[in-house]
Design a protein around this ligand. Sequence first.
Ligand code: GCB
Length: 614
Amino acid sequence: MNKIKSGIIFLMLLLPLSRIISQESLLINVYNRSVYSLDGEWKFIVDPYENGYYNYRLEAFDTKENPGKGAYFLNAKPENKSELVEYDFDKSETIKVPGDWNSQYEKLFYYEGTIWYKKSFDYNKSNNENRVFLYFEAVNYKAEVYLNGKKIGTHIGGFTPFNFEVTSLLKEKDNFLILKVDNKRIKDGVPTVNTDWWNYGGITRSVKLIETSQNFIRDYRIQLNSKNNKEILGYIQLDGQNINEKKVKLSIPELGIENEIVTDNNGLAQIKFISKKINYWSPGNPYLYTLTLSSDKDKITDQIGFRTITTQGQNILLNGESVYLRGICIHEENPIRGGRANSLEDAKLLLTWAKELNCNFVRLAHYPHNEHMARLADKMGIMVWEEIPVYWTISWENQETYNNAENQLTEVISRDKNRASVIIWSMANETPTSEPRTAFLTNLAKKARKLDPSRLISAALEQNNFEGNPAIQTLDDPFAEVVDVLSFNQYIGWYNGLPAKCGEITWKITQDKPVLISEFGAGAKYGFHGDSLTRWTEEYQEYLYTETLKMINNISQLRGFTPWILVDFRSPRRHLPGIQDGWNRKGLISDKGEKKKAFFILKEFYDKKAAQKK
Ligand code: GCB
């Protein structure tokens, strides 16, 4: 690409996000708010041709003048049915929310397209003055939302929360909420059409109504200053009318803190105070303080741990001390129940397995997982890498694609910025280098630092031959200059030669930064045995782990790694009959929860690492 063109693209990426996917600012900490759950059975209509959305000339029923018309017809009473006589929610089947549709109905296993959802409900506010927000923890991939026949908004991106205020639309009786959910993969989407995971569609996480007072605490960040571990920094943001010069109080009884601060003209109050007796959060001491924030009208509590995470040269420092990340990658799936993981029980299952390996770190691949994961990791003392689905090839030069990625990044940071466990925001996975891609990722990294200056930035990069020599590997990627932690995936012994090849490779990393290996692994079917050179056997996978651990242990900058992957996961790319059958078999645990031999190799390595520290 010539310099002028790439310069224009770069400038484009710096432009204000004028056409960003529109929606309201997020309410955070919904787990501690007053909520009414809309989970349960919903009616649904499968609509592959999107008849409920477009007329026979493929013009959308929704128009600017009449938003919600499409959904109105879907819900029309029999006597009003005009164009769309074929639709009838009342006679339709039901489906569970939260839940992906693929694992609930066999006929929907491979389905990618539109499904209409409907929930009817009554709702009584506890106080007439109160406001109500409709909150979705996640819908994959595109959600068009209609309440009582009126369109209230659209959200794009399958793994992050969003909300709409519905105060004026909500009635005491007979509300009907309709969603058009479309999980068609699209080239300019984030992710794009090509991934190595199942494209589970639907309202995959919980739906809630959140009731607040007129003026309420919408958002806050309360974290240690990463440069001064005695200083607590952050802000509290009010929402509503007359929110300027309001007193807000932050209390942390165990620290003897009872601070009153005053909001500015925008309802924003800055937090900054010193505490000398903080009990720092760490995997060995996952201590969480109970905080209460209160304004004249609102009160909310949270459980927050205080720790610093920084880098110095080639070290990652947790509370100022060098830490080695004993990690594992995880997809958001509960293989035993089938489908997307979304509950606290699912999070317990996955993180307990990680603990059994003696992990102190997990990489939540390749998209933001549900909020239970980070909250439970806080309690269990597991550090977390969170990631957005900027995966493989993305339309780097498309401004809309960038806006979409930035929006997903903003939503996950907004949701999890108070979780002590989260130490790394990852911008991408295995993205081929080019100027537009590096500009795209650099802008994402800038945004992440602006939203959250207290955490580390990384991305799972790819390695290269050093000066053309395949026996020496290096990291030749301009984005390596931007990140705080250098991470890369490598599959020596699986996609690249046999496990013995690990003995022939050395690493020459020129950047003075800590290194994580964000993936390595081999496929193995649980219970399939043979010699260590027979692919798909547990013995091959075990041998690969043994050889890889020897190889990477020689990288002097290595500060941890996250093998691929904790559990076998569904992937439509994995066809091999009798072995894969639609599953990526690189799990250390099978789809039935059985531990493969390599699990114990990694556990032994981690047990030793953990013991060395003491
Ligand atoms: C990778 C990808 C991961 C795949 C894995 C594999 O490099 O990052 O998403 O699932 O390899 O199994 O090939």
